[in-house]
Design a protein around this ligand. Structure first.
Ligand SMILES: [Zn+2]
Length: 318
C-alpha cells in the first residue's frame, strides 16, 4: 500500500485540505468554508468534516494514510496541539485542543502554527528545497514568520518563536493590531502599503492609482509599479526599504542561508524581490549578506496544507 499524508490549513475564511505522497506529489485537494461567524463548534465540526473526507479519499485510492497535520492560527503548543494564544482570524480559539480530533477521527493528528506549516511546506517542496537554514515570511493582511535551522523548525521555549510581524521597527510608532506600537506589521503589511500608496497618489497628479483610490488593492499597486507609475513605485520602494531593514536585522541575528517571501507581496515578482534584496543587503553584515539567497515562495496558497501534511513525516524529528 502506498503511503499518503494529509494536511489541513485552517484559515479565517477557508479550510484547505489535501493529500500528498512522501515525495510531495499532490494527490488530492479541496477547500470548504471555515464559517468562523457561526461559532467555534461549527469550525471544529468543519475540521472533522475535512478530516473524514481526507480519510475516505485515501481509502478509496487504497492508500495508507499516515496521519493528519493541521496548520492553525495562533500559538500552538507542539506536539500536543493546544492553542495557547489566539489570533484575530479565529477569535476565542485559545484552549482548543487538536489532540481531541485524534480520538474523533481515529488517526494521529498533529497541529502547529500556520506560519510554521507554510515554512515547512516551502522548505520541503518549495523555494527552500535543498537548503538547511532559512527565514520564511508571509506578508498579507498580517505578517507571519518562521525559522528553520538544520532542517528543524525553531518553535521557541513556549512555541511563540518567529513572530517577525510583531518585532519593533519603530519605538513608540504606529499602533499595531496586536495592541503594541511600532511593529513591522503596522508598517509593511498589505494594509500599510495600500495606505501609503493612497497618500502618495494624492501627491502625484499623473498617477494611474488616483482613479482607483476607493477599491485599491496590492495587486493594482504592483501592477502600476511594474509599469513605472511614480506613486506606486514610491510606495513599493518605501515598503521594501522598511521590510528590508527589518529582515536585515533578522539576517544579522540568525545568518540564514535563504529568506523566502510569501503571501500577497510574493506576487509582486522579481522587481520587488530585487528591491527587497538591495535593502536587506544594505542592513545586513557583509559576512551574512554575501551568500544570502532571497526568493519568492513557490507553493502559493498551498504551502500551508502541504507543510501541515509534512508534520507527520518524521515524528521524532519534527
Ligand atoms: Zn504588533
Amino acid at each position: 500500500m502506498k503511503k499518503v499524508y494529509a494536511g489541513i490549513d485552517l484559515g479565517g475564511t477557508f479550510i484547505k485540505a489535501g493529500l500528498i505522497s512522501p515525495g510531495g506529489a499532490r494527490i488530492s485537494y479541496f477547500k470548504i468554508p471555515t464559517e468562523v461567524e457561526s461559532g467555534l463548534n461549527t469550525v471544529r465540526d468543519n475540521l472533522i468534516k475535512a478530516g473524514k473526507r481526507l480519510i475516505s479519499i485515501s481509502g478509496r485510492k487504497r492508500m495508507k494514510l499516515c496521519g493528519i497535520g493541521i496548520g492553525s492560527p495562533g500559538t500552538v503548543r507542539y506536539p500536543e496541539g493546544i492553542v495557547t494564544d489566539s489570533s484575530p482570524n479565529i477569535p476565542g480559539w485559545v484552549g482548543t485542543s487538536f489532540g481531541g480530533l485524534s480520538a474523533d477521527l481515529k488517526i494521529e493528528v498533529r497541529a502547529d502554527n500556520d506560519a510554521n506549516c507554510m515554512a515547512l511546506g516551502e522548505y520541503m517542496f518549495g523555494a527552500g528545497r535543498g537548503t538547511r537554514s532559512g527565514f520564511y515570511i508571509t506578508i498579507g493582511t498580517g505578517i507571519g514568520g518562521a525559522f528553520i535551522y538544520n532542517g528543524r523548525l525553531i518553535r521557541g521555549a513556549s512555541y511563540a518563536a518567529g513572530e517577525f510581524g510583531h518585532t519593533a521597527l519603530k519605538y513608540n510608532g504606529k499602533k499595531c493590531k496586536c495592541g503594541r506600537r511600532g511593529c513591522v506589521e503596522a508598517y509593511t503589511a498589505v494594509p500599510a502599503l495600500i495606505q501609503s500608496a493612497k497618500k502618495l497618489a494624492k501627491k502625484h497628479p499623473y498617477s494611474s492609482l488616483r482613479k482607483k483610490l476607493d477599491g485599491l488593492t496590492s495587486h493594482m499597486i504592483f501592477d502600476a509599479f511594474k509599469k513605472g507609475d511614480r506613486a506606486a513605485s514610491e510606495a513599493v520602494r518605501l515598503n521594501a526599504a522598511m521590510l528590508g531593514s527589518a529582515v536585515g536585522s533578522v539576517v544579522n541575528l540568525f545568518n540564514p542561508e535563504i529568506v523566502v517571501v510569501g503571501g500577497g507581496l510574493a506576487e509582486a515578482g522579481k522587481k520587488y524581490i530585487d528591491e527587497l534584496r538591495k535593502n536587506i543587503i544594505a542592513f545586513a553584515f557583509g559576512s551574512a549578506a554575501n551568500s544570502l539567497k532571497i526568493r519568492s515562495a513557490r507553493l502559493g496558497n498551498s504551502a500551508g496544507w502541504i507543510g501541515a501534511a509534512c508534520l507527520n513525516f518524521d515524528k521524532n524529528n519534527r
